[in-house]
Design a protein around this ligand. Structure first.
Ligand code: ATP
Length: 328
């Protein structure tokens, strides 16, 4: 396992032929052992060219989502250092919670190719078909108090937007607090759940679903949802995007844990905020109202100017925000 993912890393990073002998020497194995790994990789869909006297070259890196592919890419200090991959699972948040209870370390990541019971906020479902999208959850063990955990969702949303920019050269926006959108439709949802004991956080799980290569949106969400592929016409290697999200999140989390607020991210977050300076309707269970969204404060609350001209701080907990004429 370790050798296979390391060989993948070598092949990807060299971008050229690597001699079989070099690999034998590095891993202290026979030529046949190296050849066997290459054959397995080819069977998994990697296009590897073998040329006599030159060695092996990875000529095409397909959209493979597997433990090996992820391990061969992720180089973070803690985010995804420990990683689990399932072809199919109920919900990665539920899996990460069980791992949290069993003592798994901070930064453990659970990835699935398909979820049978993907969840959104307030018991809503998250459509999670196989083979196209990214569903993952990161387990966190913050040392800050429970009332600071809401910011993790915002930090994750920002990380997803930054990763889509870096990896796909596409510009996505944020619909406060937890949706990543493109052209007015949702491409990513984030669900943070926390386990609290007395007044400290036992663990937090932040789950992310990204619509990546989906070509046809399920009927129920066609009005409000889209995918990176539908918006750009380009396919994305999911493992590469996931790697980029985890890398950005590791950086953003560290800033958040250091400052205990969003102060270092407010400007970047506001720059992505699709509702900024436009009319929004606040769907507060205590009563709906309208105003103009101005941006977030360091606590991650949305600043909304009401009709009396006062600025109201809207807390993410139980409200949804809508544009006046639709979802954004
Ligand atoms: P809002 O804040 O807009 O009210 P939400 O943040 O509460 O929404 P989430 O909990 O993030 O919503 O996501 C659940 C909702 O997202 C579902 O009710 C459904 O409408 C929509 N949805 C479900 N699956 C997907 C998907 N794969 N892509 C985009 N949207 C989806």
């Amino acid at each position: 396992m370790a050798m296979k993912s390391e060989i993948l890393t070598f092949l990807r990073e060299s971008g050229d032929y690597i001699s079989g002998q070099e690999l034998c020497d590095h891993f202290h194995v026979s030529r046949t052992a190296v050849w066997k790994v290459m054959k397995q990789l080819q069977e998994e869909g990697y296009v590897i060219e073998a040329v006599r006297n030159r060695g092996y070259m990875l000529v095409e890196n397909p959209d493979v989502l597997s433990l090996n592919e992820l391990k061969s890419r992720i180089r973070n200090r803690w985010a995804g250092k420990e990683i689990y991959f399932y072809e199919e699972t109920g919900s990665t948040n539920a899996d990460a919670k069980s791992l949290g209870e069993a003592g798994a370390p901070h930064g453990t990541v659970v990835v699935a190719d398909k979820q049978n019971a993907g969840r959104g906020r307030r018991g809503r479902t998250w459509e999670s078909p196989a083979g196209k999208d990214i569903y993952f959850t990161i387990l966190l063990r913050p040392e800050f108090p429970p009332d600071k955990a809401a910011g993790l969702t915002l930090a994750m949303a920002l990380s997803v937007v930054q990763a889509i920019g870096a990896e796909c050269s596409l510009e996505a926006g944020i619909k406060w607090p937890n949706d990543v959108v493109m052209n007015g439709k949702k491409i990513c949802g984030i669900l943070t759940e926390m386990s609290v004991e007395r007044d400290y956080i036992q663990h937090v799980v932040t789950g992310v679903g990204i619509n990546v290569n989906l070509e046809v949106m399920p009927e129920e969400i066609r009005e409000t949802a889209t995918s990176l592929f539908l918006e750009s016409g380009k396919k994305t290697a999911r493992a590469a995007l996931l790697q980029a999200v985890l890398k950005k999140f590791e950086q953003n989390y560290e800033k958040y844990a250091r400052d205990l607020d969003m102060s270092s991210m407010v400007a970047d977050y506001d720059a992505c905020l699709v509702n900024r300076d436009s009319q929004v309707r606040i769907l507060d269970p205590k009563g709906e109202w309208e105003g103009i969204a101005r941006g977030i404060n360091a606590s991650g609350e949305l600043l909304v100017e009401n009709q009396a001209g006062e600025t109201v701080m809207v807390y993410a907990g139980e409200v949804s925000v809508r544009g006046l004429y639709g979802y954004v």
